[in-house]
Design a binder for this molecule. Structure first.
Ligand code: ZN
Ligand code: ZN
Length: 320
């Protein structure tokens, strides 16, 4: 018996792509993380992964507060933006010089999360809250290079990584939304659709959004800064090819539920990668990162089928 179920491609494809989509959707700082926390709490009900989802809901709620209280930090000026080497995105995570304010956000998240954890996780958070800046910067580099699909040498702090990554998300969401406010046209479409045009990171998943009434468009959701950039459907988000695309989902007994499956894997038989596709128009309040985390069973099945994931979820920075 197959452990995966081939799913129907999008029947509305031709109709929906006739209306030009917005190229970029920025995160809304007033409720970006709070909405994710709400979705995580909802998904935790009746889930075998309830403990993980509840922990992440607490962390994400703390991120919302950290974002709202994030201090003003210097944004790249016009000269710095003009002098970018290799035309990389304006806030390219692997080269951007982080302002130390992100460390304060991290220490605060680590202290807050101690009340939701037990030993040995609590001790790991205590270590994080009192760690030296240089140590934390090294850990941040490991996570950010990983988010860009690059490998650098170093031993990751696996216990602390989700909280370090959470602070980095807060920092980048703050930077991206504030830079866009100051210079609305600063973020442009780039040649590489596989990376975020704002910070150069990989996507967590793609999300199909209803827009303009009848039409729906597919966006990739950045794992780091939360921006979404438009990529036409039925196109591989890894090798950019248009052939060999198929859809898979976990089998469910009920045909009606199957027809409304929110999470599918879009697979490419050419490069043998997949990106999850989250169907925003099929349920209220879906969130790319939350719905991705709640569907780890699909990742397990894809790995068993020898298909590799393109992108990552920073709630599990090292896939653990
Ligand atoms: Zn980004
Ligand atoms: Zn491909």
């Amino acid at each position: 018996m197959s452990l995966l179920h081939p799913d129907a491609p999008d029947d509305e494809l031709d109709e929906s792509e006739r209306i030009a989509p917005d190229f970029l959707r920025l995160p809304q700082p007033e409720h970006y993380f709070a909405a994710r926390a709400a979705r995580l709490r909802q998904l935790a009900q009746n889930s075998e992964q309830a403990a993980l989802l509840d922990f992440c809901a607490q962390l994400t709620q703390a991120q919302q507060q950290a974002l709202e209280e994030f201090p003003a930090v210097p944004l790249p000026d016009a000269d710095a933006l003009a002098l970018r080497e290799g035309c990389h995105p304006p806030l390219q995570a692997s080269v951007h010089a982080r302002a130390p304010a992100w460390l304060e956000a991290l220490r605060r998240l680590a202290r807050q999360m101690q009340s939701y954890t037990e030993e040995p996780e609590r001790a790991a958070l205590e270590r994080l809250a009192s760690a030296r800046a240089a140590q934390l910067e090294t850990q941040a580099d490991l996570i950010l290079h990983g988010a860009a699909g690059e490998q650098i040498a170093g031993e990751p702090d696996r216990a602390g990584a989700p909280v370090i990554a959470a602070a980095l998300q807060v920092y980048w969401t703050h930077m991206v939304t504030n830079l866009a406010r100051r210079a609305p046209d600063v973020f442009e479409r780039t040649a590489d659709i596989t990376r975020c045009p704002c910070c150069g990171s990989l996507p967590v998943a793609s999300i199909v959004r209803a827009a303009h009434g009848h039409s729906v468009h597919r966006y990739l959701h950045c794992a780091l800064c939360g921006c979404e950039w438009h990529v036409a459907r039925a196109r591989c988000c890894c090798c950019k090819g248009a052939h060999g695309i198929a859809y898979q989902r976990l089998p469910v007994a009920d045909a009606q539920r199957a027809a409304h499956a929110i999470v599918q894997a879009e697979t490419c038989s050419v490069c043998r990668h997949y990106v999850k596709m989250i169907r925003d128009e099929r349920a209220a309040g879906v969130d790319a990162a939350a719905d991705d985390l709640a569907s780890l069973a699909l990742d397990v099945r894809m790995t068993e089928a020898g298909i590799e994931r393109h992108g990552l979820n920073l709630m599990r920075p090292f896939g653990e």
